[in-house]
Design a protein around this ligand. Sequence first.
Ligand code: 5AD
Ligand code: SF4
Length: 452
Amino acid sequence: MKVFIKTYGCQMNVRDSEALAGMLTRSGAELTASEADADVMIFNTCSVRDQAERKAIGKITFMKKYKKLNPELIIGVIGCMAQNRGQELLDKISHLDFALGTGQLHRLTEVVEKIRRHRQQIALLEDSSEVLDAMGMHSNWQNSRPHTGMIAITRGCNRFCSYCIVPYVRGREISRKLSDIVDEAKMLAEQGVREVMLLGQNVAAYGCNGNINPPPANESPFGELLQEIARIDGIKRIRYTSPYPTFFTDKLIDIIASEPKICRNVHLPMQSGSDRILRSMNRQYTAASYLEIVNKLKNAIGEVTFSTDVIVGFPGETDEDFICTKNLMNEVGFDHAFIFKYSPRSGAKSAEWIDDVPQEVKEERNQILLKDLERRSIAGNLSCVGRTLEVMVDGVSPRNPERWSGRTSTARTVVFKYADGMKPGDLINVPIDRAGRVTLFGPGLVGADEEL
Ligand code: 5AD
Ligand code: SF4
């Protein structure tokens, strides 16, 4: 049985697909990158923005042509959109065979078997925490950087930001057992993984029992988890995404500052720089308290880069509100950000409000922030020229086999010349000769102007 998996959305979905790929191959299935070859097609979907849903629905609809050629083909939708609209999709798309919600992914092989035996449409959409334990195993199948591995440490979200559908499609926040996570990290290290990425909707709330308030300043169960993973010899770098800003307690900041394996790049979702909009988004910080967390991190760690998520055109966002966002982004000095144009998500609180910022204004605000980002990114990259930076080798550049690339702890991409014996996952020191818009260049790359 050949299985084709297509993944949309966030890194959590990528990780879920990997775990499913592992589960399928262990049960004897083969994975294929070709739609035409597949006996089973699985679409792991995202619901966070309207665009993501439309893209996946378009693709699934188009797959009817394969079903016509091969009536035995099984097509399923899983993940957030399946959770949100599974039954509706099965009703509307007659060639769709199953919908598995985010709490039911571990039942994939069982469902496929059932459909093979008695052709029928199946929807499994109940929430279940069993999935958390069942999803521990990896295959690193889709991973183009096999020396890195993703580990889900929490599932779900309790925060209910007014624009966001995640709490409704991923269920309540649960943390995995610390020993299970550490065992998984050890197993990955034994398989050659050198960098782990810890994943969750709010990773920094790990071990906080679903409490929406951060722990006291001198506590951080997430920090303790980071320390445990840092003790594993083979693991050289630890990344994590995404942390809710208020969970950066003093304790967590101290732990990050004192453990060099924890990467010097913090993805800190800001969403807006206007206190009025932050309040209506139900984000529990102000622009000033957000900046205070950033400054504490900068003071404690020294060299650190920040990236963020920002929404433009939230209901009621005025020019003044937008300027506050622009200014706060400048003040923090983000050199990377995901900027999203607000889209109402049915089920989330803000969908009840008028989506009153015109599309052109959203686009204009988006462009303004992108321009600022580009300027800061170039300046940040230029500040690295003349320094020697530690880089984890990712592998050969797709455009030129003599050139290799890797990343710094601060998440900058570096291109350098291959040297004998170099392999993915190695930590090497690269003198930086030149900086482009998104890439730093090591020595001897004359005429190497393309960016990765
Ligand atoms: N509209 C636009 N962006 C959204 N995000 C979440 N919900 C919406 C929405 N309704 C963005 C947030 C979040 C990221 C994953 O997606 O910035 O951090
Ligand atoms: Fe959505 Fe807010 Fe939870 Fe992030 S913290 S997943 S934005 S509800």
